[in-house]
Design a protein around this ligand. Structure first.
Ligand code: ADP
Ligand code: MG
Length: 334
């Protein structure tokens, strides 16, 4: 009897202390997401993280009529009062716009709608239409004081370039509240990790090959965000036979057209790396390298048409190029 009791006690202790795993797949922010986390309260933590992401989608979606962004974009008069969370995210997006000299611009919705990206009714607009829309995208004409936002009539905010990264950061905060010390979030290609794998080794993140299905290579990381933007994600081919991607250059009003196929930004927070991955693509390779040199608080992997992989020196040793892709050349940036 005593023996059975002891045995049950051991099982009980073991099951209480075991590091369990939770893995959930769901759809949010128009993409597929996966959250995988380890810890005693992992199931509840995962559920709450997912709930947070849906809550944020309802707050910042540009198309959902109940969102705060929709409210601003359809407002007849200003100021409009926002929640603290939306106000601070818009403030951050404006700071990124200033920092990147407009490569990142959260006010490009009049342009992207014109090209049909919002409703998937793609069309090449006329020069005149583009010129008119360019008058509505000056991010310097958006003012936020406390939680009050004011902007010119006709301007529209779109946080599509940072939404998933921000959602990742907020989901990570929730997971940490549940004492999760090991997690991997894949929010539609935006990867963010907490700590290391449960066995203490780094996470292996597959970096997508913009020219094919098998990954370009593997990047080993811990405790960071690995966020990729690319023209291969969403684009259309116009009547002129040219390819038009979903990331825009606010200086021209046209989809970005340069030799960059994809940009991956690696750093501490999702929201910063998400803004950066979009910005680096707009900047082009030379400006991207200059920006990295001036800021030095992130890393990047940039893939070009010419099958060059530009990679910053801090992470180059953690990246292993797929051995089947011998025609790519690695260029280490110092
Ligand atoms: P994705 O979210 O598709 O993975 P990005 O993070 O690069 O890729 O975000 C692209 C989205 O950002 C576009 O769909 C659009 O909503 C918005 N966007 C497009 N061009 C810009 C830009 N220059 N600056 C900021 N946001 C942009
Ligand atoms: Mg982005």
């Amino acid at each position: 009897m005593k023996k059975i009791f002891l045995y049950l006690l051991i099982i009980l202790i073991f099951s209480c202390c075991k590091n369990t795993k939770s893995e959930k797949y769901f759809e949010s922010m128009n993409t597929f997401m996966k959250v995988q986390c380890y810890g005693k309260k992992c199931d509840k933590a995962n559920e709450e993280a997912q709930r947070k992401i849906s809550e944020l989608e309802n707050l910042i979606s540009v198309t959902k009529p109940q969102s705060e962004i929709y409210k601003i974009n359809t407002a007849k008069q200003f100021p409009v009062v926002l929640s603290e969370q939306t106000a601070s995210l818009i403030k951050f997006s404006l700071e990124m716009a200033n920092k990147t000299e407009g490569a990142f611009n959260p006010c490009l919705y009049p342009i992207s709608s014109l090209w049909g990206f919002t409703k998937k009714n793609y069309i090449i607009p006329s020069e005149k239409e583009i010129k008119n829309a360019l008058n509505l995208i000056d991010y310097k004409k958006v003012f936020i004081e406390d939680c009050n936002i004011t902007m010119a009539q006709g301007m529209m905010i779109d946080l599509g370039g940072i939404g998933k990264g921000f959602a990742g950061d907020e989901a990570i905060k929730i997971l940490k509240e549940y004492d999760i010390k090991s997690a991997l979030l894949d929010l539609g290609g935006n990867v963010q990790v907490i700590g290391t794998k449960p066995d203490g080794s780094d996470w292996s993140i597959g970096i997508r090959n913009p020219l094919g299905q098998i990954p370009l290579g593997i990047l080993k990381v811990n405790n960071c965000a690995v966020i990729t933007s690319g023209g291969y994600e969403r684009f259309f081919v116009g009547e002129d036979g040219k390819k038009y991607i979903h990331i825009f250059d606010g200086k021209t009003g046209y989809p970005v057209k340069n030799n960059i196929l994809s940009t991956t930004a690696i750093g501490k927070t999702g929201v910063y790396c998400d803004a950066l991955s979009t910005s680096l693509l707009v900047m082009g390779i030379e400006k991207a390298i200059k920006f990295w040199n001036e800021n030095n608080n992130f890393d990047f992997i940039i893939v070009t048409n010419e099958k060059e992989i530009y990679i910053t020196n801090n992470i180059s040793e953690n990246f292993t190029l797929n051995s089947d892709l011998k025609d790519f050349t690695l260029k280490i940036i110092n």
